[in-house]
Write a protein that binds this ligand. Structure first.
Ligand code: NSP
Length: 223
């Protein structure tokens, strides 16, 4: 079967491979990543996820049937209460309060990524919102599942929980649902609209790469 998601996966391969080979991720899976970089990532990711969760709220609003509406509500709930809880627990280990986490000043890359997502979701049809939010779910699913199999990766006292979260069956099932939804939404669309969805997916994939890179560089505003 010719799935639209196969086309997306192929066209984003080069970008995703660059992410997999980025030192932030190679060092995380080897357990050598400097905790300072991880803490920076956690704080930025926390404020990223606040906006990302709103993508699911918009998805729920734009859904045409109750099942889809409910699934987006589930994704919203799981982002706020499962994924962000992981960040809160990590922060607590480093003596960072929930308030401090929430007051993190978004970096230039975080602003660019969240603004891109929310603009896409609020201005376009549901299919474009899903195309833009998909690299976030799908690439982390791929990273989590792969790192679960890396010998020794789960023995690291700091990065173990992170890998377990994104390698979990629950996270994988939610990511799979998003992939399947986009395939259904893309059915029968003219090539021009498919190309627009592909563009949304590729820009978000590049922003995913930039997010890893931002954390590794401990990006700050220049002025
Ligand atoms: C930037 C980013 N992208 C994806 C994910 C996985 N939801 C995340 N937590 N942060």
């Amino acid at each position: 079967m010719n799935r639209f998601s196969d086309r997306l996966y192929r066209s984003a391969q080069e970008i995703w491979t660059k992410s997999h080979n980025h030192p932030f991720l190679t060092e995380l899976r080897e357990g050598t990543l400097d905790p300072e970089r991880f803490i920076y990532y956690l704080k930025q990711d926390y404020v990223y996820l606040i906006d990302y969760a709103k993508m699911f709220a918009i998805g729920s609003m734009k859904a045409r049937d109750l099942d889809t509406m409910g699934k987006f509500a589930e994704l919203l709930h799981s982002t706020l209460n499962v994924e962000m809880e992981l960040h809160r627990q990590y922060a607590a280990r480093f003596g960072i309060s929930r308030e401090e986490l929430e007051q993190t000043r978004p970096s230039p890359t975080t602003v660019a990524y969240t603004k891109y997502l929310l603009d896409t979701a609020s201005q376009g049809p549901l299919s474009e919102a899903v195309a833009a939010l998909l690299p976030c779910m799908w690439s982390y699913r791929e990273i989590g599942a792969a790192y679960m199999r890396v010998p020794g990766a789960l023995e690291h006292p700091l990065y173990r929980e992170w890998i377990l979260m994104y390698g979990s069956e629950e996270f994988g099932a939610l990511a799979d649902w998003c992939v399947g939804l986009l395939d259904r939404l893309a059915e029968g669309l003219p090539e021009q609209e498919l190309a627009q969805l592909e563009e949304r997916f590729l820009v978000a994939s590049r922003l995913e790469y930039m997010f890893w890179d931002m954390a590794y560089r401990l990006e700050e505003w220049p002025v």
